[in-house]
Design a protein around this ligand. Structure first.
Ligand SMILES: [Zn+2]
Length: 156
């Protein structure tokens, strides 16, 4: 089936339309379906991958993205962000004694970050820039405590 790559302007417009209509979409697949529908209204041959739609939403600042994670047993490493492909930088903190403590890595462009154990995204929520953040209820108490532990750190 023939397809055409939509110009970034057209893709951005389609993303904005979906966000305006839905306010919040709690799955990448669903979000992509809605955006593709908008694209195909403009040209039936337009298509875009889930990744391109996500990256465009982030880089053009069209939507806020919340990321749900699964924590792996692997050690976190520096490298490309799994969410948007940008660089990540190390996050660290100083103890009262002046010791440098490595905490993990954070993306320079999007909200992705990981602790010392590598975290992988399992779900994306796309939200309007205007609406308040609705935190999904923690599945397990343990995870909530972990998040509390991390939340005190300020990421510059
Ligand atoms: Zn990123």
């Amino acid at each position: 089936m023939p397809y055409r790559i939509p110009p970034v302007k057209v893709l951005s417009q389609s993303i904005t339309e979906v966000i305006k209509e839905k306010g919040m979409v709690i799955s990448q697949r669903r979000f992509s379906e809605l955006v593709l529908k908008k694209l195909k209204d403009k040209d039936p041959e337009f298509s875009a991958s889930e990744e391109r739609i996500r990256r465009t939403a982030i880089f053009r600042n069209l939507a806020r993205i919340q990321i749900n994670y699964r924590e792996t047993k692997d050690e976190a490493r520096n490298g490309k962000c799994p969410v948007c492909g940008s660089e990540t930088k190390e996050i660290h903190n100083q103890t009262l004694l002046g010791e440098d403590v490595k905490l993990g890595f954070k993306c320079v462009r999007c909200p992705y970050w990981t602790g010392p154990n590598r975290r992988v995204p399992v779900r994306y929520t796309f939200l309007s820039l205007q609406e308040g953040v609705i935190e999904p209820a923690p599945k397990k108490r343990k995870r909530a405590e972990e998040d509390d532990r991390f939340s005190q750190w300020k990421f510059a």
